[in-house]
Write a protein that binds this ligand. Sequence first.
Ligand code: TYC
Length: 108
Amino acid sequence: MPLPKDTQQEPDSSLVLEPRRDTVKPPPLYRVLLLNDDYTPMDFVVVVLEKFFAMTRERATMVMLSVHREGKGVCGIYPKDVAATKVEQVSAFARLHQHPLACVMEET
Ligand code: TYC
């Protein structure tokens, strides 16, 4: 006579843990860019790069001049939430000082 169902010894396949076969992608990264304009003072852009992107005065000056000449330039590359916070902080700081400086992000 068979054992009652709940005492049988076969493994319940719905409870067997299989090794993961799906690959987990790293989170996407975003470039934060400054855009050139004709009105924001160069000194202000250098301060922005020092204050929000932890650049030295020398590096900030190089990046500012590159944006001035090329039209746009990368300030840093971050996960989405960090990039969005940088864009907000820079935009608020520029607005507070009444400069039209534009800061945007784009997926890498
Ligand atoms: N073009 C500006 C000027 O001549 C300087 C500037 C540089 C403005 C970089 C914005 O993202 C910028 N005063």
